[in-house]
Write a protein that binds this ligand. Structure first.
Ligand code: FNR
Length: 180
């Protein structure tokens, strides 16, 4: 049984990336459990607070510690990951030497209305995950362009993308098990 923490890089109520994350979870076998990290109530990172981290930061770090792997689902903002996601990553990487991320296997996926499907945001995020010593699934990459039919009415992945995204989920879960 794998315990996966899902971190979505958008706070938007109707976020496509949240919908994507929720639909991806439905592609996983029942012996996997998924927790969605809440990053919208984290304060702005301030190094002065490292010795006295806020409760939402402690909660995030505990969720990461309890997870076997982390699935990042990110939009692209101005050719990079959104600030809210970077803020969450920075919080859980501190204090120095006490990063919650170190060694946790990760997968990166994302959706955008643009043609490159969040590719540059994902690459930006991968740089940070490499620095944080998170072994990150390399292939398959998944740059999802939001189009009609991506999701079914009941929130599943639509038929055209299902086989590909099922393959991504299978590879990600195998990656997490490999690093257990
Ligand atoms: C965007 N968007 C965007 N799209 C893209 O493909 N490349 C980009 O660099 C940007 N930049 C960007 C900046 C900002 C501030 C916003 C608000 C949006 C569009 C973006 O892909 C679209 O709004 C998605 O719907 C955002 O993801 P969620 O919130 O639906 O998950």
């Amino acid at each position: 049984m794998s315990q996966i923490l899902v971190v979505v890089g958008s706070l938007r109520q109707e976020s496509f990336n949240r919908k994507l994350a929720e639909a991806m979870v439905k592609l996983a076998p029942p012996d996997c459990s998924f927790t969605f990290a809440e990053i919208g109530d984290l304060p702005l990172y301030n190094q002065d607070d490292d010795a006295n981290q806020a409760e939402p930061v402690k909660r995030l770090k505990a969720q990461i510690a309890a997870a076997d792997g982390v699935m990042f689902v990110t939009p692209e903002y101005n050719r990079a990951m959104p600030g809210v996601l970077k803020n969450a990553i920075d919080h859980a990487s501190r204090p120095y030497g006490q990063s919650a991320w170190a060694g946790k296997p990760a997968g990166v996926i994302g959706a955008s209305i643009g043609a490159i499907g969040s590719a540059l945001a994902q690459q930006h995020l991968r740089n940070t995950l490499a620095y944080l010593d998170m072994p990150t699934l390399g292939q398959p990459e998944a740059f999802i362009q939001v189009k009609d039919g991506l999701f079914t009415e009941d929130g599943q992945i639509g038929e055209d993308s299902r086989k590909f995204l099922q393959g991504w989920m299978n590879a990600f879960l195998a990656w997490v098990r490999k690093h257990a």
